[in-house]
Design a protein around this ligand. Structure first.
Ligand SMILES: Nc1ncnc2c1ncn2[C@@H]1O[C@H](COP(=O)(O)OP(=O)(O)OP(=O)(O)O)[C@@H](O)[C@H]1O
Length: 369
């Protein structure tokens, strides 16, 4: 962190140094009780962009963020910020600031006092503290709330103060751990859009942890999916959605249906469905164990053309999503979800189809084939 840089202005990042990237190389973290939270994680987080760490509970997202922050010491591996190995550098000297889910504000300090506190600790003179706090408060539209204590602020306002407290330090890297997950759905979407606009304006390298796939897709320049302490896939959000590298990513990101069975002579034999499904002749499915993935929104009503994959389902549940319904159908022992503009009752037979271009194939090891 540079303590000599000028105050943050509402219009642009005033720290004239270019943004820095973050690299983690072969990071491992084993806790004293034997839990392996990170297992050989190597990832490059591009300078000035948002890298989103996504994955199920317990996969190691927070541990990775804490290793970058210097709040956790990796068992092995290194963290580089702007090309400098900071593995042995104290958390306070790494140029990073962290925003937590519970914002962790001091309840007895005003919003202004909370914002100024990290600057005071860093020995920034009073006049500079005042101008930096004012600039950040204007940037986050909390300038009218500075005299209030956290208990007198709404959840969204409190989280703005939490973000402001990180930004006021003008860190090189912003670390965000599920910052909006405690807010209600509407406010969460609003704060997310606000944060994205702010990040684009300030161009600050950001690592953002979430387990919400919609949030991940909407924010990520680079998306990193973790599973049990390892990186499952790291690429742009668009590429990951379009071409998930594994069946795990496919199911986690977008809730793809996975039809896992055995392919023999053009038919996919599924558990509890002995006749098997005829596979579209144009899809090169390898013989043997295979998973065919298809998204709920890529299933359309009716039998399609002879070139499509056709599924005959028994409706077991329907959820109204607004204009559409998420229809849960039974296919042998598998549950299949389809997103349809159709009125359909539980117990009804439903025929849906998917075009070959919308099918994703994965081998028995879960890797895309
Ligand atoms: N101090 C600790 N001691 C032992 N195990 C820990 C400790 N901190 C975390 N873990 C374990 O490490 C693993 C990764 O935890 P981590 O908090 O990084 O996961 P996460 O992906 O952030 O999960 P969540 O989405 O639930 O916050 C989990 O199995 C967790 O129980």
């Amino acid at each position: 962190m540079t303590t000599t840089s000028p105050a943050v202005q509402p219009s642009a990042r005033t720290d004239t140094s270019p943004p820095v990237g973050v690299s983690c190389t072969n990071l491992a973290k084993r806790f004293p009780d034997g839990t392996v939270a990170l297992d050989d994680v190597t990832v490059e987080c591009p300078a000035g962009g948002i890298t989103v760490l996504l994955g199920p509970s317990g996969c190691g997202k927070t541990t990775l963020l804490r290793c970058v922050a210097g709040l956790e010491t990796p068992t092995s591996g290194a963290v580089l910020i702007g090309g400098r190995d900071v593995s042995a550098v104290d958390a306070g000297l790494r140029g990073v600031a962290m925003v937590f889910q519970n914002h962790a504000l001091y309840p007895d300090k005003t919003a202004e006092g909370n914002l100024a506190f990290p600057l005071k600790m860093a020995g920034v003179p009073k006049h500079e503290r005042t101008s930096r706090v004012a600039a950040v408060a204007e940037l986050l539209r909390i300038d009218g709330l500075l005299k209030r204590r956290p208990g007198q602020l709404s959840g969204g306002q409190r989280q703005r103060v939490g973000i402001g407290r990180a930004l006021v330090r003008e860190p090189d890297v912003l670390l965000m751990d599920e910052p909006f997950s405690s807010l209600d759905a509407e406010l969460r979407v609003e704060m997310r859009a606000e944060f994205l606009a702010l990040q684009r304006r300030l161009g600050m390298t950001t690592l953002y942890v979430t387990h919400d796939q919609v949030e991940a897709l909407s924010l990520a320049d680079q998306l990193v999916v973790l599973r049990a302490g390892r990186i499952e896939q790291a690429t742009s959000a668009e590429e990951m959605f379009r071409r998930p590298a594994t069946s795990f990513v496919a199911a986690f990101l977008g809730g793809m249906n996975l039809l896992t069975g055995t392919h023999r002579a053009g038919r996919l034999h599924l558990p509890g469905h002995p006749d098997g499904l005829p596979l579209p002749p144009s899809v090169p499915v390898p013989t043997g164990d295979v998973t065919v993935g298809v998204r709920p929104e890529d299933l359309r009503p009716g039998p399609g053309t002879g070139a499509d994959l056709v599924l005959e389902l028994t409706t077991v549940l329907t959820e109204l999503l607004g204009r559409e319904r998420l229809v849960h159908g039974q296919l042998g022992e598998l549950r299949v979800k389809a997103r349809l503009h159709a009125d359909i009752d539980v117990g009804e037979r439903l025929i849906v189809h998917a075009s070959p271009a919308d099918l994703h194939l994965f081998g028995p090891d879960g890797l895309r084939s």
